[in-house]
Design a protein around this ligand. Structure first.
Ligand SMILES: [Zn+2]
Length: 276
């Protein structure tokens, strides 16, 4: 049993589960860890937690973190219990979530990697198809997002970004106090603000709590803010104001340059000098 202890700890198996055998395939650089439940043990119904004996079992395999630079797989016969109230149900295992082919620790590794590189790069690195990586990512992002609370958000910024070579746009809404992204959606019209308000409500907030909005001078955003965020004051952001000021200044310089020789070759002096 002592030789199996590191694997018991490393796979987070605990009673009634135990590591039953280890099979190292040197040629395939693969380690198979077989986990089993103790004979005669009772298992909890996944709905109510009531203990009952195993009704039958089904063999399952999960990819786990590497051991000794070898791909490791956990295999177990997963029991179905027969609950008086809920009938025959597959029990939950402590090392993986329902429906996943990876252990929780392997999913943890994936979630760490996707913060640093693209999903395609992660898929190549761990030798899995990218759709499996996306499934893990989507599950954990949805789960974390469902828990987010927007009830204290008061100050937001709205901005658009183009993608697909500038042919399409997405709008993002940021929380300026907590410095976090609240919402993103395709499009850049006033309706994107209506969609944001729906998201706000879904996370415990309401339109009236938004006091300040920072946006560019897009008429669609201005209209959308007035319509959907009734208590909000709008501040136009400095970047877009400066851009407009520079364009206006440059057009005046061009117009006056023929009659005012001193303005010749001064374009960059105007652009570089602070205006605000
Ligand atoms: Zn039950």
């Amino acid at each position: 049993m002592e030789a199996k202890r590191p694997f018991q700890d490393g796979t987070r198996t605990s009673a009634p589960w135990e590591v039953a055998s280890l099979d190292l395939n040197v040629g395939e650089r693969r380690l198979d860890i077989r986990v089993d439940f103790q004979r005669g043990s009772s298992l909890p119904c996944p709905v109510c937690g009531k203990q009952s004996k195993a009704h039958d079992t089904e063999a399952r395999t999960w990819r786990h973190l590497e051991f000794f630079q070898r791909a490791a797989y956990l295999t177990a016969r997963v029991p179905r219990c027969n609950c008086d109230e809920h009938g025959i149900k597959t029990v939950d295992v402590p090392w993986a979530r329902k429906g996943s082919g990876f252990t929780l620790m392997f999913e943890g590794l994936i979630m760490m990697l996707v913060r640093e590189m693209t999903v395609n790069a992660v898929a190549r690195l761990v030798g899995e198809h990218d759709t499996r990586i996306w499934r893990v990512l989507n599950h954990h992002v949805d789960e974390a997002r469902a828990k987010q609370n927007f009830s204290k958000v008061q100050t937001i910024a709205v901005d658009e970004k183009s993608y697909r070579r500038g042919h399409r746009y997405v709008t993002f809404v940021m929380d300026l106090e907590q410095r976090r992204l609240l919402f993103g959606t395709v499009g850049r019209d006033g309706d994107t603000l209506a969609a944001f308000v729906e998201e706000l409500k879904a996370h415990g907030g309401e339109a009236r709590q938004i006091q300040d909005v920072c946006s560019d001078l897009s008429p669609a955003f201005i209209k959308g803010i007035q319509k959907h965020l009734p208590e909000a004051e709008t501040t136009f952001d400095r970047f877009h104001l400066m851009k407009l000021m520079n364009e206006a200044l440059d057009s005046v310089r061009r117009e006056e340059s023929p009659s005012t020789p001193g303005l010749k070759k001064t374009r960059y002096h105007w652009l570089k000098n602070p205006v605000i």
